[in-house]
Design a protein around this ligand. Structure first.
Ligand code: UDP
Length: 411
């Protein structure tokens, strides 16, 4: 188990001291994070690390996962798509399932939720727990990770009513903030540099992964790691690869994904991807178990370039992970990817398969420029997107929301 001090060599001693200072007035506090999946996707990835770190700082922190039947996830997936701007029609019966599931989970979690000093509700799935916890005593924060910049209005109108009751909300970037009658904080997500997903690997480990997945180490490889989700545009990635292959015939493409247990659409998109790949022997579609962190790490390190051609993206941890591994990253010009890829400096932003293919060609022909971008990208992540910064901001928000009315706070 890693200790908070282990982060000092990567993030800096001062950063760790600062965390201890800010957490001092929060010691013994009861904090609960609630989301809808233990594995798969960025939210679970972050909670898996941030919860033990909060515990180590003396905050009594728990992580609860709500449970629901298939129709509940069908409904929340439609919410997710709608909040990211797609038209969605959600039947009354699905809305009833959503409300009932939240009510049942609120009942199951009642003592924990009522006693908590601070509750972080992640994303729309458990948003309604607040309504079903009338005797809460703590402060409740809605932590929205998705791209809410242009939501499909009818669905947002429905969900907004539940969001309004929170004491504050947290969005990943300013573009996602919405008119709500409480304070809104902006906190971008982060990666854990010491997790299996991000730790340094030996060349041998990387080579073993290449062998395992039949990737030729002598030829260039582009990689997209993503759930099979249309917003991640895996089909667009295959099109970009095909265009790029015209001038780089040895190019290989790896699409590595798996399912999140709260994402029912994965198989449909996976079939679309297989159809588009059309048995191309240089395209590997890898379905990895949700705990295949080392394999993903090795694939990212084995890649020549990382691509994340999303058309909507709350943040895009896969971009952060790629930059941290010193790889030039080509990302969709959208949402949180824009926060990480400073076009032409830490990577390239693209909007079409053609644009992505042009950038692949450029990077192949300009290895010096690719290397320069990689160095800048890694430093940019070190300064802005490590878990220590994320934790510091969560702690600061907790201090603000709990002690905000006091004349002074002792650190
Ligand atoms: N991931 C994974 N296995 C997969 C697909 C994704 O471990 O098959 C991880 C990926 O490395 C990243 C996270 O899940 O850490 C995805 O986060 P991101 O913000 O990129 O997208 P989200 O899935 O939350 O939309």
């Amino acid at each position: 188990m890693k200790s908070i001090d282990d982060y000092a060599p990567v993030a800096g001693e001062d950063v760790i001291d600062h965390l201890r200072q800010i957490s001092a007035p929060l010691k013994g506090l009861k904090v609960v994070h609630v989301n809808s999946t233990k594995v798969g996707g960025g939210v679970a990835e972050i909670l898996d690390r941030i919860v033990p770190l909060m515990q180590e700082l003396g905050i009594d922190t728990r992580w609860e996962v709500i449970k629901g039947e298939e129709t509940f996830y069908e409904c929340t997936k439609s919410f997710h798509n709608a909040l990211q701007g797609q038209f969605a029609s959600v039947s009354d019966s699905l809305l009833k399932t959503y409300e009932r599931t939240n009510q049942e989970n609120a009942e199951a979690l009642r003592p924990v939720l009522e006693e908590a000093d601070v509750v972080f509700i992640h994303d729309p799935q458990p948003l309604q727990l607040l309504k079903s916890t009338p005797n809460r005593r703590g402060k409740w924060l809605w932590r929205c990770h998705i791209d809410l910049s242009h939501p499909y209005r009818p669905i947002w109108k429905y969900l907004r009513e539940f969001a309004r009751g929170y004491d504050a909300s947290i969005f990943s970037l300013a573009d996602f903030a919405q008119p709500l009658p409480h304070t809104q904080y902006l906190v971008p997500p982060s990666i854990d540099p010491l997790s299996d997903k991000n730790i340094e690997l030996t060349p041998r480990m990387i080579r073993e992964t290449q062998d395992q997945f039949y990737i030729d180490p002598e030829r260039p490889m582009i990689l997209q790691v993503s759930r099979f989700d249309r917003f991640k545009d895996p089909v667009g990635v295959i099109r970009a690869y095909r265009l790029a292959k015209r001038f780089s015939p040895g190019l290989q493409l790896v699409l590595a994904g798996g399912g999140a247990s709260d994402d029912p659409e994965g198989n449909i998109v996976l079939n679309e991807v297989r159809e588009e790949a059309n048995d191309d022997p240089d395209i590997r579609i890898l379905l990895l178990p949700s705990d295949a962190h080392r394999s993903i790490n090795a694939l990212q390190r084995a890649a020549t370039f990382i691509i994340q051609k999303s058309i909507k993206e709350g943040f895009g941890l896969t971009v952060t992970e790629g930059l941290w591994k010193g790889k030039p990253v080509i990302g969709g010009d959208t949402g949180g990817i824009r926060l990480q890829i400073i076009d032409h400096h830490t990577g390239f932003l693209v909007s079409t398969p053609e644009g992505a293919a042009l950038r692949i060609r450029y990077l192949m022909r300009q290895p010096g420029k690719a290397q320069e971008m990689a160095i800048k990208g890694k430093e940019f992540v070190r300064q802005n997107f490590l878990i220590t910064r994320h934790l510091r901001e969560y702690l600061s928000i907790m201090v603000a929301i709990i002690h905000g009315h006091e004349d002074r706070v002792e650190f």
